[in-house]
Design a protein around this ligand. Sequence first.
Ligand code: GDP
Length: 197
Amino acid sequence: STSMKKRKIAVLGSRSVGTGTRVLDILSSCLSGLYLLGKSSLVKQFIDNNFVDSYYPTIETTFSKSVVYKGVEYDCHIIDTAGQDEYSPLNSQHAIGIHGYILVYSIASKNSFNMIQVIHDKIMDFCGLEKIPCVIVGSKSDLQSSRQVDPKDGQMLAKQNDCAWIETSAKENINVGKVFELCLQEIEKNTVPNQQE
Ligand code: GDP
């Protein structure tokens, strides 16, 4: 409907832990299955309500879903990016016109966690803003025995950067909807009413 509020959300995360080339994706997933972040699985669970163990998007994909949050219907446009690394400059398409960010690390990869601050800083630099609406997400929370990132460290990072934080499992469908709710919550905190209709 035309009264729906449009919200553009970008999902970003590290590339160095496996989201780079398809070959690297397949290799690392063969080695352990632990090192890819699960960005696409999270988005797929949210949009389609299912989990496919071998979901390998090699290019950026966008999805739309309408979400009712606090009685308001939002038309969410979600950009699932191919992944970032320390040296890649931020793609302007991941900054201009984006209302909110979902920054994903894997709880089973310390490296992917360390990249979150790097990516967050790049977005801040690019946008020249004091604060960006953002949720930091620890994915694959079902992999407790492979955990490399303490929940406390996740919470602390989020607090330092004035972001929301949550752990999810796309596989077990835990907290998936919550990620996008938190993102809308962060977006609405910053939004002057009607400014971004
Ligand atoms: P992306 O490269 O960050 O988009 O990651 P994908 O969504 O493609 O997932 C990478 C790999 O991690 C795939 O083999 C997925 O099946 C697996 N994966 C994704 N989410 C989860 C999860 O919540 N739990 C577990 N155990 N594996 C997951």
